[in-house]
Design a binder for this molecule. Structure first.
Ligand code: 5GP
Length: 211
């Protein structure tokens, strides 16, 4: 089976579950993947680089991009806006790359609605206590922000049933392999191979006529 088109995968997960770390390790290990860089109105954290971790833009600029239809999806998350640049994603999928979107659950639902063949993965910690420990251990957020993120996680639980698979992040290497295996398996489900199946049908008719 020839893969002419790339796949699109949404990776969501509780803030602090380790999505970012898993994505970085996945990109390092396998060349077929590329990760979309989102726009956000939140301020950069100390180690973050503009254009690499996010495009850090003002709310006015964000609103102008919405007006121009430049986002595949966008959402508010804990008082800030986040959005996925549409042209970049389309281009990479056309090039045959396996594109990853590390986005929260509201935006993920929009992507799934627009592109029903999107693979949906949700990263969780083995338990709630580990999630709190990881958020506190980052040392980059205030107590209030951590509380907001835990409240957000409680709301996100209800949306998880629309995802294809849970990725438990108990061990980084194992979690990277779980993401890789999930994508490489799910991209061959019939709904994601509509072009292959329609070509197969046409060729089958041709072969029958030759008999
Ligand atoms: P953080 O501020 O911790 O970097 O991200 C907060 C949340 O926003 C995370 O769950 C992250 O996955 C999500 N996020 C990052 N970029 C986007 C985006 O472009 N769209 C949406 N909907 N969520 C995003």
């Amino acid at each position: 089976m020839e893969q002419t088109k790339g796949s699109l995968t949404v990776v969501s997960g509780f803030s602090g579950a380790g999505k970012g770390t898993i994505m970085k390790a996945l990109l390092k290990k396998y060349e077929s993947y590329c990760l979309s860089v989102s726009c956000t109105t939140r301020k950069p954290r100390p180690h973050e680089v503009d254009g690499k971790d996010y495009f850090f833009i003002s709310q006015d600029e964000f609103d102008a991009r919405i007006e121009r239809g430049e986002f595949l999806e966008y959402a508010r998350y804990v008082d800030h806006s986040y959005g996925t640049p549409l042209p970049w994603v389309e281009e990479k999928v056309k090039e045959g790359r396996d594109v990853l979107l590390e986005i929260e659950a509201q935006g993920a639902a929009i992507v799934k609605k627009k592109r029903p063949d999107t693979i949906m993965l949700f990263v969780v910690t083995p338990d709630a206590k580990t999630l709190v420990q990881r958020l506190t251990g980052r040392g980059t957020e205030t107590k209030e922000v951590i509380a907001e993120r835990l409240e957000q996680a409680t709301r996100e639980i209800d949306r998880i049933s629309s995802y294809d698979m849970l990725i438990v992040n108990d061990d980084l290497d194992a979690a990277v392999e779980r993401v890789h295996n999930a994508i490489q398996t799910l991209k061959y489900s019939p709904i994601r191979q509509a072009d292959f199946l329609s070509d197969f049908r046409k060729d089958l008719i041709g072969e029958r006529e030759k008999l």
